[in-house]
Design a protein around this ligand. Structure first.
Ligand code: BDR
Ligand code: CA
Length: 312
């Protein structure tokens, strides 16, 4: 099994990412850390704790981190994720305790208390926590196995024509993470816009007949409404679980090595991930970008993870 930390901002699709991670025998989720993004830090932290209850993440620390981006003003996405951050889904008040430590400490202590190269960080929100973590604990760069993040796109965006939400919310943090020198795999819109939840997929979750299967259905329905209104998608793209799938089954999310940087000062392009695909990547290039997705294989993985979680 691979040891992972999930740094997230739940978030409708972050919730699906947590289900995939915790329901997959290939992964051992060591900690969940939270960053303001889709909603305020307060709301996404509450969501993470409630999800920890629903998923039976009994001993897994859940810690809150950055309330706002490194230098810019906070930007949330209530028009996509709803007022609570979880769309139509209403979860009871959390019982899971909030870890007293800051997310940055939890990330550092978790990675550094394991052997070098043993812990992978999966990030599905703005990259503020990760940027703060490597600033405060530079040894994380050497000690972390890999960072796999949902964010960016090779030549496409969603918040703007060229900038994806997670990167655009905190582009300074994203640049710090992409250029730190540790291995980073960017799972961007090129892959995640293919993770479409069709009515057939929805029916498979409904067919599980479990509470979590029903929650997955509600999450997908919330996303379907939002994406019809905001981005003219017939079926909603479920971004964040694709980053988790890349760690579980790399064959489902093929990647290509390429240098990646982030535009910070563009008049029209701030927050764009600038991916150099002009030639073969240099030998020592530590970054890679996802190029596509095996749709059927991906959803098989998510459905079976939710099935594995059963009735917690
Ligand atoms: C990303 O932005 C957020 O709204 C989603 O949770 C996902 O992480 C997609 O651009
Ligand atoms: Ca997210």
């Amino acid at each position: 099994t691979r040891k992972v930390i999930i740094d997230c901002d739940p978030g409708v699709d972050d919730a699906l990412a947590l289900m995939l991670a915790h329901g997959s025998p290939e992964l051992d989720v060591l900690a969940v850390t939270v960053c303001g993004g889709n909603q305020t830090l307060e709301k996404v932290t509450r969501n993470a704790l409630s999800l920890a209850d629903e998923l039976g993440m009994d001993w897994i620390p859940v810690a809150a981190g950055a309330e706002r981006p490194l230098v810019r003003d906070p930007l949330t996405a209530g028009h996509v994720h709803g007022d609570t951050g979880l769309g139509l889904v209403q979860l009871p008040e959390p019982r899971h305790p909030l870890d007293e430590r800051h997310a940055v400490e939890v990330i550092a202590q978790t990675v550094l208390s394991n052997g070098p190269g043993e812990v992978t960080i999966i990030a599905t929100g703005p990259l503020t926590n990760l940027a703060l973590a490597i600033r405060q604990f530079p040894q994380l760069v050497e000690h972390t196995q890999e960072v796999v993040l949902m964010g960016g796109g090779v030549a496409t965006g969603n918040l703007t024509p060229v900038a994806e939400f997670n990167i655009a919310v905190d582009p300074e943090a994203a640049r710090a993470v992409f250029t730190a020198g540790w291995p980073v795999t960017m799972v961007g819109l090129d892959a995640t816009h293919q993770a479409l939840a069709t009515p057939e997929i929805e029916a498979r979750f409904a067919g599980l007949g479990t509470r979590l299967g029903d929650i997955a259905v509600e999450l997908i329905r919330s996303y379907r409404d939002a994406y019809k209104h905001n981005q003219a998608f017939e079926n909603p793209p479920c971004h964040d679980p694709v980053a988790v799938a890349q760690v579980i089954a790399p064959d489902l999310v093929p990647t290509r090595r390429a240098p990646v940087d982030v535009e910070l000062h563009g008049e029209l392009t701030t927050g764009q991930t600038v991916v150099d695909l002009r030639g073969p990547a240099p030998e020592d290039c530590p970054t890679a970008v996802a190029t596509g997705l095996d749709h059927a294989g991906f959803w098989d993985l998510v459905v079976s993870a939710v099935e594995n979680l059963g009735e917690p």
